[in-house]
Design a protein around this ligand. Structure first.
Ligand code: PFF
Length: 483
C-alpha cells in the first residue's frame, strides 16, 4: 500500500527535473486548478483507502494506544481520544487529502504552490518542512519499537513463551530491552530494511502481499479477542476502557489523547497529503476519509479489548508503559492452543504494519534530499536513514544504558515521543486546518469536496472553528497558560 506511493514518488522524483517546471508554468498560464499528477493515480478508491489505512494502521494502534490509555486511567482517555478522532482527526484528514489532490505535488511543493495560488504566501512550504522533521524524529523511535516486533518473531517461533507465566514473560521483555546490543541490532535491521526498500523500490508482489496485511491483522485481532473474552477478565477490561473516570485524566492526558489521534491517523505531517496527490478527481474525499478513520479506530479499540482483559486476568499493571503489548500478548500466546503459530503470525503482521508506516515516515525526508540536493534516491535514503538510525540510538539507550538519564518528560525516548506526537503533529494539524478553512477560498475547497452540501458545511465548520479551537485549548491547558 505504502509501496504504491513509494513507487509513484520514485517516478515523480525522476520526472521532476524533466517536466515539472514546464508543467507548472503551463498550468499557471492557463490558470487551471485541476491538475493531473505526473505519476498516475490510484487505480480505485479502494486502493486509496487501503493505502491510507496501511499508513495509519501501525504500532500506534496496537502498541501505543493501549499503553498510553493504560497510563492515563483508561475510560476517560479513550472517550477523549474518540472525540478527537471524530472532531479533529476526520476534518484534518479531509483537509490534508484535499490539499494534496489540489496541489498534486510533494507536500512542501504543494504547500508553496497553493499558498501562492490562494493569494497567501509560498512560505507555507515551512509547514511541509515541519512534517519532514517530524517524520524523521518519529521514525527514530518507531524503528526501535519496530525492531522489538522483529525480535519477537524468532522468540515466538522458538516457543520461548509457551507455558510462560506473567513473571517469565516480563523477564524476557526486560532481558531483551535491557540489552542495548540486542535492541541496537533489531533497530539496525528494521532501519536497514526500510532504507533498502525506499532506495530500491518494491516489486508488485510485495505490494500485493501488503494488501492482505490489514485484513489479516484484523482477523487475528478477532481471534485474540475471542481468547481474551474467554480467558481474561473481560468485564474488568471493558469497564477499564469504557467507563470514564475523569478524575484519572489530567489536561496533559487530554493532550496525549489528541496527540494519539494525530499519530494513529498519520496526520499533521504531510504523509496523507502525499497520498491525496494520487487520488482520482471523481473519488469522494469524505467517504474515503470516513472509511480510513473507522478502520483505524476499530483496530485500536480491538487492541485495547484484547489487552486490558489479559492485564487484569494476570495481575499486570495497565500503566506499565511501552512494554505492555510485549508482555500481555506473548502471555496469551503462550497459554492458548496453537500459540506458537498465532504468536509468530501476529508479530510478522505487526512488523509489516510498522514497516509500511515507516516507509511513509521516511519518504518526505528522502524526497526533500533528492530535490534539494540533487542526490540519487539511494544516496538520499542512506543519508536520511543513517541520520534516523543515529538519532534512534538515543531511544535504544533510553531502555537500558541511559534509562536513568532523564530531563523534561523523562528519558530521551519519552521526550522525542512527547515532542513529536503532542507538539509537532497537533501544530502541523492546526496549521493545515487553518490553511484549508481560512486561507483556501470556498471555491477551491468546495470544488474538491464536491459542492456545498451538508457534509461540506459540516467539514468547513469543524475545520474552521472546532478543530483549531480544540487544538489551541488543549495546548494552552496542557502548558498551564489557562485554567
Ligand atoms: N499512523 C502510524 C501508526 O499508528 O503506527 C504512525 C505514523 C505513520 C505516523 C506515518 C505518521 C506517519 F506519517
Amino acid at each position: 500500500m505504502t509501496f504504491v506511493v513509494w513507487r509513484n514518488k520514485l517516478i515523480q522524483n525522476r520526472a521532476i527535473s524533466a517536466g515539472l517546471k514546464t508543467k507548472m508554468s503551463k498550468e499557471q498560464e492557463n490558470g487551471t486548478t485541476q491538475r493531473s499528477s505526473l505519476h498516475g493515480h490510484w487505480s480505485s478508491r479502494f486502493a486509496f483507502i487501503l493505502a491510507v489505512t496501511g499508513s495509519a494502521v501501525g504500532l500506534g494502534n496496537i502498541w501505543k494506544f493501549p499503553y498510553i490509555a493504560g497510563q492515563n486511567g483508561g475510560g476517560a482517555f479513550v472517550l477523549v481520544y474518540l472525540v478527537c478522532v471524530a472532531v479533529i482527526g476526520l476534518p484534518v484528514m479531509m483537509s490534508e487529502i484535499l490539499i494534496g489532490r489540489r496541489g498534486r505535488r510533494n507536500p512542501i511543493a504543494t504547500m508553496a504552490l497553493l499558498g501562492e495560488e490562494e493569494g497567501s504566501s509560498g512560505q507555507w512550504k515551512w509547514l511541509g518542512a515541519l512534517g519532514v522533521v517530524a517524520g524523521i524524529l518519529i521514525l527514530s523511535y518507531y524503528s526501535v519499537i519496530g525492531g522489538w516486533t522483529l525480535a519477537y518473531i524468532p522468540k515466538s517461533i522458538s516457543g520461548a513463551f509457551t507455558g510462560a507465566s506473567a513473571a517469565d514473560v516480563e523477564a524476557i521483555y526486560a532481558g531483551f530491552t535491557g540489552s542495548w546490543v540486542s535492541v541496537t541490532i533489531a533497530h539496525t535491521i528494521f532501519m536497514a530494511i526500510t532504507v533498502i526498500v525506499v532506495a530500491r523500490g518494491v516489486e508488485r508482489g510485495l505490494e500485493r502481499a501488503v494488501r492482505v496485511m490489514v485484513p489479516a491483522l484484523l482477523v487475528l485481532m478477532l481471534v485474540l479477542l475471542g481468547y481474551a473474552a474467554t480467558s481474561g477478565s473481560f468485564a474488568e477490561g471493558i469497564n477499564f476502557m469504557f467507563t470514564p473516570n475523569f478524575d484519572a485524566l489530567t489536561w496533559d492526558g487530554v493532550l496525549q489523547a489528541m496527540g494519539q489521534a494525530f499519530f494513529t491517523l498519520s496526520l499533521g505531517m504531510g504523509a496523507i497529503m502525499a497520498y491525496g496527490a494520487y487520488l482520482p478527481e471523481e473519488t469522494s474525499i469524505t467517504v474515503a476519509s470516513g472509511s480510513v478513520v473507522i478502520a483505524d479506530t476499530i483496530i485500536a479499540v480491538l487492541a485495547g479489548l484484547v489487552i486490558f482483559p489479559l492485564v487484569f486476568a494476570n495481575g499486570l499493571d495497565p500503566a506499565e508503559g511501552p512494554g505492555l503489548v510485549f508482555v500481555t500478548l506473548p502471555l496469551a500466546f503462550g497459554q492458548m492452543g496453537g500459540g506458537v503459530f498465532f504468536g509468530t503470525v501476529f508479530f510478522i503482521l505487526l512488523s509489516f504494519a510498522a514497516w509500511t508506516s515507516a516507509l511513509g515516515l521516511v519518504e518526505p525526508g528522502v524526497a526533500w534530499v533528492v530535490e534539494r540536493f540533487g542526490r540519487s534516491r539511494t544516496q538520499a535514503a542512506t543519508m536520511v536513514g543513517g541520520t534516523i538510525w543515529a538519532l534512534g540510538l538515543g531511544s535504544v539507550l533510553s531502555f537500558n544504558g541511559l534509562a536513568e538519564f532523564t530531563f523534561l518528560r523523562g528519558t530521551i525516548y519519552q521526550n522525542v515521543e512527547y515532542l513529536t506526537s503532542n507538539v509537532m503533529l497537533p501544530l502541523g494539524g492546526l496549521l493545515i486546518a487553518i490553511f484549508a478553512a481560512w486561507v483556501m477560498c470556498r471555491n477551491s475547497t468546495s470544488e474538491e469536496l464536491r459542492g456545498v452540501g451538508t457534509s461540506y458545511k459540516f467539514w468547513r465548520f469543524l475545520t474552521r472553528y472546532v478543530a483549531p479551537a480544540a487544538i489551541l485549548l488543549v495546548f494552552l491547558q496542557a502548558v498551564g497558560l489557562i485554567d
